[in-house]
Design a protein around this ligand. Structure first.
Ligand SMILES: Cc1cc2nc3c(=O)[nH]c(=O)nc-3n(C[C@H](O)[C@H](O)[C@H](O)COP(=O)(O)O)c2cc1C
Length: 447
């Protein structure tokens, strides 16, 4: 069931060093990539069927192909690759372990991607709070320069017959705002502005960083590329399902026996991941879970056999998102969990648009009343009505994510919301309920 490709050597004590990486074929994909034409490389990634691992699942090769090439207009401007390592959503915790365990696979992926899109400048935008990751990345970049994998005339390969392939990589520490993971807010933040999403079109592919052609890709997307170059498109596409191909990292957290990263082909089910992880903690049942972080609609125990690929999860009424499988057992008060997530979104709303800025604030007020037992059944309707007025009407997807746990929470557990009203308080024993420590540790691990 498990296909450790990316995480194969994470147990090595020196997996994060240049020596540790090169011992296991590290930096051998780069010369193979440089032996191809850039467009052949883009076609390879397209054929492999790699889809962005940052949440939306957009085909990576197609995104690279959108970068205008040539010497006229936008194409003549510098091209940029920006790696999104902001990872801030509650429950989402795959890029941080990947970067800690093997920063060089990302750097090799960056070099290959930059060669393909004809870019000589890449930025890794990483959460500033995770200082240990920032430092590890900075050291890895320095080591890659020293070994000649970055810098001038890499691999002695001319690009399109003109000059050598030069590449500079900068590690940029963000200041810790969830909105700065949204790709256009990230670009504004990089340019020194307050991180707020941009209106699209124009899209980053033509008018991204400094109004120049830019690819923004997630850490895991880019880190998957060296294996595709070495193994080939057919090998990669041979894993996973028809439309969701390859291997990926599933992050299991919550009330489970062995939380952690589980690398498997797309399409594995939560039941299978739980089997690998030893199941839910002793004596308790799965109550609800998120397939891809807190911004993806909740699912329940009846969805244990849903294939965890983009199509399967969508069919079940949710989204695969970042594949952050947060599992909550029968001791968890769903109203309290939803309230905690909503507080997060209200805090992280950038304030640019009214539906999100005002809506998330009011949703917290209503949920606080409901959780405290001072709400009314009308409050549940007002809450759903507010969600309805936010979804699809905000400037970016942060607000859509904010309403996801609320709408799905009421859909599956309306009786629990009502029980708070009729009981005039939370029906859960506040001592036996572990929801506070569970959500705190999940959020604390990734914030
Ligand atoms: C509020 C918000 C936060 C986001 N945070 C991240 C993030 O931390 N990391 C990430 O890769 N994508 C994040 N995204 C998605 C990015 O906008 C973008 O789709 C992604 O970086 C593209 O990379 P991919 O095509 O490789 O998936 C976020 C989106 C939104 C709306």
């Amino acid at each position: 069931m498990l296909t450790p490709v990316m995480s194969r050597h994470w147990d090595d004590v020196d997996s994060f060093t240049l020596e540790g990486y090169t011992r296991h074929d590290g930096y051998t994909a780069l010369p193979s990539a440089l032996a191809m034409e850039p467009d052949t490389l883009i076609a390879l990634v397209k054929d492999a069927g790699l889809r962005g691992r940052g949440g939306a699942g957009f085909p990576t090769g197609m995104k690279w192909g959108f970068i205008p090439q040539g010497s006229e207009g936008q194409a003549a401007k510098p091209h940029y690759l920006v790696v999104n390592a902001d990872e801030s959503e509650p429950g989402t915790c795959k890029d941080t372990p990947l970067l800690l365990a093997n920063p060089h696979v990302l750097i090799e992926g960056i070099a290959i991607a930059c060669y393909a899109i004809r870019s000589s400048f890449a930025i890794i935008y990483v959460r500033g709070e995770i200082l240990h990751v920032v430092r590890r990345l900075q050291q890895a970049v320095l080591d890659a320069y020293a070994a000649g994998h970055l810098g001038k005339d890499i691999g002695g390969r001319a690009v399109d017959g003109v000059g050598g392939f030069d590449l500079d990589v900068v590690v940029h520490a963000g200041s810790g705002a969830y909105i700065c993971g949204e790709e256009t807010a990230l670009l504004d933040s990089l340019e020194g502005y307050r991180g707020q999403p941009r209106l699209r079109p124009p899209f980053p592919a033509t008018h991204g960083l400094y109004a120049s052609p830019t690819v923004v890709n997630n850490v895991e997307s880019i880190a998957s590329v060296p294996a595709i170059v070495l193994g080939g498109a057919e090998w990669f596409a041979g894993m996973g399902t028809e439309k969701s191909k390859g291997f990926t990292l599933y992050s299991l957290s919550g009330h489970v026996k062995n939380p952690g990263q589980y690398e498997a082909p797309l399409g594995i089910t939560l039941r299978q991941v739980l089997e690998l992880a030893g199941g839910m903690r002793e004596g308790h049942q799965l109550k609800f879970w998120t397939p891809g972080g807190s911004s993806t609609p909740l699912l329940t125990a009846e969805h244990l056999d849903v294939p965890l690929d983009y199509e399967g999860v969508a069919e079940a009424g949710s989204m695969l998102g970042t594949k952050a499988l947060q599992c909550f057992d029968d001791t968890t008060c769903v109203v309290r969990a939803v309230l905690r997530w909503t507080e997060f979104y209200a805090h992280e709303s950038c304030g640019k648009c009214t539906p999100c800025r005002e809506g998330t604030f009011w949703m917290v007020q209503i949920l606080e009343r409901l959780e405290a037992g001072t709400g009314t059944e009308q409050d549940i309707e007002t809450l759903l009505d507010t969600c309805d007025n936010i979804f699809g009407r905000a400037f970016c997807a942060l607000a859509d994510g904010a309403v996801s746990p609320i709408v799905s929470g009421v859909k599956y557990f309306r009786e629990e919301f009502v029980a708070h009203i009729t009981n005039r308080g939370c029906p859960f024993d506040p001592v036996a309920s572990t929801v506070f420590s569970a959500t705190t540790s999940v959020m604390g691990g990734t914030a």
